[in-house]
Design a protein around this ligand. Structure first.
Ligand SMILES: [Ca+2]
Ligand SMILES: [Ca+2]
Length: 399
């Protein structure tokens, strides 16, 4: 309320002597403060007659021209600008002329010892919600990053940055800021905005897939060998295709299809001369000429197929053989006369009528063996020979 200590401004009779034209803006303050018709008149009088360009005039009693200040500010007192910003109504003075009310603090002339008031210091925290910046004759509220000034010019509201799609994938608006995040399978780059595919295959040290991991954008996929396997329902491990039951084998009509892990085999069983085929798997001697031949040539030849994986722990008992039925006094001799040249297999007699075959060396790579296991049975004073022809398929481990 600065005019109070300038009493010489108030008596209207003094004004012609004391008020040079340049003081006029201050009278606008008086006008606002006192609502005194006389001061009003002084103001109007001075302004209209002497400095008409100071006079913020309005066209009607209710509206003020929004661009009054720039239009009417004297060039040599830019800090005097009579603002018509906040009080938007006009005060009727001398009809039909109307003046815009002027906020006193905004228009104090510095050279009248009424310095600009730093409203931000005078009313800390009360004028602006966030940041207050003093300006000549006024102040300006502003907001920190992430906020925008509301229409009241005082408060700040959160900006929803997500509306401008600043993120590579997903955006979450938060109060005063925003956060980018990525969909599953991606990670946020250090720039905080870009999403990069995660290479799950290289990060998982090969535990994700039984056979092969293939990185793809946003995810990964497991793969199986091109032939012999199909993907299991869990999408990670591989299942052997049983070519024999699915009919995808290439065995001829005379061959028997045998499925193994990751592949299959076409086996043909033939009986030697003098043997007759009694089943798919068995040949029996038709006749024997003399005693020695009858003792030494197999009475029966039976085919078997066994399948083991390369990671089978050795020694492993893979086969048992013995007379059925067995009688007291039976005794057997067991051997592998063919197919064990490299010594992967061995035999052991478990008791007088039971023999066992062992895989006793590790087979490191998939491989097929055909071994003849011969059992000579001593019973009631004569030997009888039996042969088991055993296919042993060593396959890769299950995937
Ligand atoms: Ca990926
Ligand atoms: Ca197979």
């Amino acid at each position: 309320m600065r005019p109070l200590w300038f009493p010489h401004y108030i008596p209207p009779l003094w004004f012609p002597h004391y008020i040079p034209p340049l003081w006029l803006p201050h009278y606008m303050c008086l006008l606002w403060l006192s609502q005194c018709m006389h001061s009003l008149w002084v103001s109007i009088y001075m302004r209209v007659l002497w400095f008409p360009h100071y006079m913020p005039l309005c066209g009607s009693p209710t509206t003020c021209p929004s661009v009054v200040p720039p239009l009417h500010a004297p060039l040599w007192f830019p800090h005097y600008m009579p603002l018509c910003g906040s009080p938007t109504t006009c005060i009727p003075v001398v009809p039909p002329v109307h003046a815009c009310p002027v906020v006193p603090s905004l228009h104090a002339p510095l050279w009248l010892s009424v310095a600009d008031v730093n409203e931000c210091w005078r009313y800390p925290g009360r004028l602006c919600a966030q940041t207050c910046e003093n300006t000549p004759g006024s102040y300006q509220c502003s907001c920190t990053t992430g906020f925008r000034l509301t229409s009241d010019g005082k408060n700040c509201e959160d900006v929803n940055e997500c509306l401008n799609n600043p993120c590579g994938q997903e955006c979450a608006n938060i109060y005063g800021s925003y956060q980018c995040y990525c969909r599953e399978g991606y990670h946020l780059r250090e720039d905080g905005h870009t999403c990069d595919d995660i290479d799950e295959c290289s990060q998982s040290m090969g535990h994700l897939c039984a056979f092969k991991c293939v990185n793809v954008e946003g995810s990964y996929q497991c793969a199986c060998p091109e032939y012999g396997y199909t993907m299991s329902p869990n999408g990670r491990s591989c299942l052997d295709i049983d070519e024999c039951t699915t009919g995808t084998h290439n065995c001829s009509l005379t061959e028997t299809c045998y499925n193994i892990q990751g592949d299959h085999r076409c086996l043909s069983f033939s009986c030697p001369d003098n043997y007759r085929r009694v089943s798919d798997m068995r040949c029996e001697r038709a006749s024997c000429g003399n005693f020695m031949e009858c003792q030494n040539s197999p009475l029966r030849i039976t085919y078997y197929q066994l399948s083991f994986q390369t990671n089978t722990v050795v020694p492993a008992q893979i086969f048992r053989i013995g007379p059925s039925p067995a009688y007291a006094g039976d005794n057997i001799i067991i051997s592998i006369p063919r197919g064990n040249e490299e010594g992967y297999f061995s035999t052991r007699k478990l008791n007088s009528y039971t023999g066992a075959v062992y895989l006793h060396r590790q087979v490191h790579h998939p491989r097929d063996f055909l071994i003849d296991v011969e059992m000579r049975l001593w019973r009631q004073g004569t030997f009888t020979t039996f042969v088991a022809k055993i296919y042993v398929f060593i396959t890769a481990p299950a995937l």
